[in-house]
Design a protein. Structure first.
Ligand SMILES: Nc1nc(=O)c2c([nH]1)NC[C@@H]1CN(c3ccc(C(=O)N[C@@H](CCC(=O)O)C(=O)O)cc3)CN21
Ligand SMILES: O=c1ccn([C@H]2C[C@H](O)[C@@H](COP(=O)(O)O)O2)c(=O)[nH]1
Length: 283
C-alpha cells in the first residue's frame, strides 16, 4: 500500500501536465514506476485508503484468461469495466470492425488465447505457458502478450497492461508484468490485484509455489478531473495493513478456470478500508 501512495504523491508533487488527445483531458504524468508484490507472503495489494471493488478486478482478469471479447460476457461474471469502452467511444462506434453492441474487438484475452497466425490458425499463448510450467519447464519465453499492433484497428482500446512474463526458479514461480499506460486512481487499483492474482492462480494450476511479482509501469497518470479527490481526500488518509487472499484450492487447471471458476472461489480475509471514493472515468 505504501508504494501505491508513494506513486500517487510523486505524481502530485513532480508530475508534468500532458494533453491527451483520445480523451480530450489533461493528465498529470510521471514516466517509469515499479511496484513489487509479495505473493509468497500473501500480502494482497488492496487499496485501503478507499474501498476497493476487488471482485470486479478479479472478474476482469478471469475474462481475459477466458479470452472474452464482449462487455456483456464481462458483465455476466461480475465486471462492468468494459461497458464504456465497448459502447461509448465515438471512434470505436464508427469502426467497421465493431460487431455490434458490447463488442470489444480483438483486445486483451483474444490475443492471449487466439493470436491470429499469418499462415492460418491461432496461437494459444496461455495454454502453452501453463503446459510448460506444469511440467517444470521455463524456456525463457513463458510470455503472455496482448500487444498486437497489427490488430489495434480491430479493437476498442490498445491493451494497457500488455505483457506478462513467467519465470520458474526450482518450483517457485515469479511474474513480471509490463504496463504502458496507467490511470493511477482507477486502473491501478485493479491492475495491482490482477498482477497478484495472475501469479497466485498460475502457480496454483501449474503445481508451483508463488514467489514475487514485479509490475513495471511506463506512463503513470492522474486525469485532471481526478486530481482534487486524490490530493485532498485519498492522500490525507492513513492506510491499513494488507489483507490476505484465499483461492479455492480445488482450482487445479486452466480448464477449471474456463469451465466452473467464479468470484465465489476468491475470498479476502482482514480487509479494513476507508470509505469509497468515486473517481471520474475517462472514455
Ligand atoms: N480511463 C480509463 N481508465 C482505466 O483504468 C481503464 C480504461 N480507461 N479503460 C479500460 C479499462 C477499464 N478499467 C476500469 C474501468 C472502470 C473502473 C471503475 O469504475 N472502478 C470503480 C468502481 C468499480 C465497480 O464498482 O465495480 C472504482 O471505484 O474502482 C475501474 C477500471 C480499467 N481500464
Ligand atoms: O488495465 C488498464 C486499462 C486501462 N488503463 C487506463 C490507462 C489510460 O488512462 C487508459 C487507456 O488510454 P490510452 O490512451 O490507450 O493509454 O486506460 C489502466 O490504467 N489499466
Amino acid at each position: 500500500m505504501k508504494q501505491y501512495l508513494d506513486l500517487c504523491r510523486r505524481i502530485v508533487e513532480e508530475g508534468e501536465w500532458v494533453e491527451n488527445k483520445r480523451t480530450g483531458k489533461r493528465c498529470l504524468t510521471v514516466i517509469n514506476a515499479e511496484l513489487n508484490y509479495d505473493v509468497a507472503g500473501n500480502k494482497f495489494p488492496l487499496i485501503t485508503t478507499r474501498k476497493s471493488f476487488w471482485k470486479a478486478a478479479i472478474a476482469e482478469l478471469l475474462g481475459y484468461l477466458k479470452g472474452y471479447d464482449n462487455a456483456a460476457d464481462f458483465r455476466a461474471i461480475g465486471c462492468n469495466t468494459w461497458n464504456a469502452n465497448a459502447n461509448e467511444n465515438e471512434a470505436w462506434l464508427n469502426n467497421p470492425h465493431r460487431k455490434g453492441e458490447d463488442d470489444m474487438g480483438r483486445v486483451y484475452g483474444v490475443q492471449g488465447r487466439a493470436w491470429a497466425k499469418p499462415d492460418g490458425g491461432f496461437v494459444d499463448q496461455l495454454k502453452k505457458l501453463v503446459d510448460d510450467l506444469s511440467n517444470g519447464i521455463d524456456d525463457r519465453g513463458e510470455i503472455l502478450s496482448f500487444y498486437n499492433p497489427g490488430e489495434f484497428h480491430m479493437g476498442c482500446l490498445r491493451p494497457c497492461m500488455h505483457t506478462h512474463t513467467f519465470s520458474l526458479l526450482g518450483d517457485t514461480l515469479h511474474l513480471t508484468s509490463y504496463q504502458r499506460s496507467c490511470d493511477v486512481p482507477l486502473g491501478l487499483n485493479f491492475n495491482q490485484i490482477q498482477v497478484f492474482v495472475l501469479l497466485a492462480l498460475v502457480a496454483q494450476i501449474t503445481g508451483n509455489k508463488p514467489g514475487k511479482a514485479y509490475h513495471k509501469i511506463v506512463n503513470a497518470h492522474i486525469y485532471e478531473d481526478q486530481l482534487e479527490l486524490m490530493r485532498d481526500v485519498q492522500l490525507k488518509r492513513e492506510p491499513f495493513e494488507s489483507p490476505k487472499l484465499h483461492i479455492n484450492p480445488k482450482i487445479k487447471s486452466l480448464e477449471d478456470i474456463e469451465t466452473w471458476v467464479t468470484l465465489d472461489d476468491f475470498t479476502v480475509e482482514g480487509y479494513e478500508c476507508h470509505e469509497a471514493i468515486k473517481y471520474p472515468f475517462s472514455v
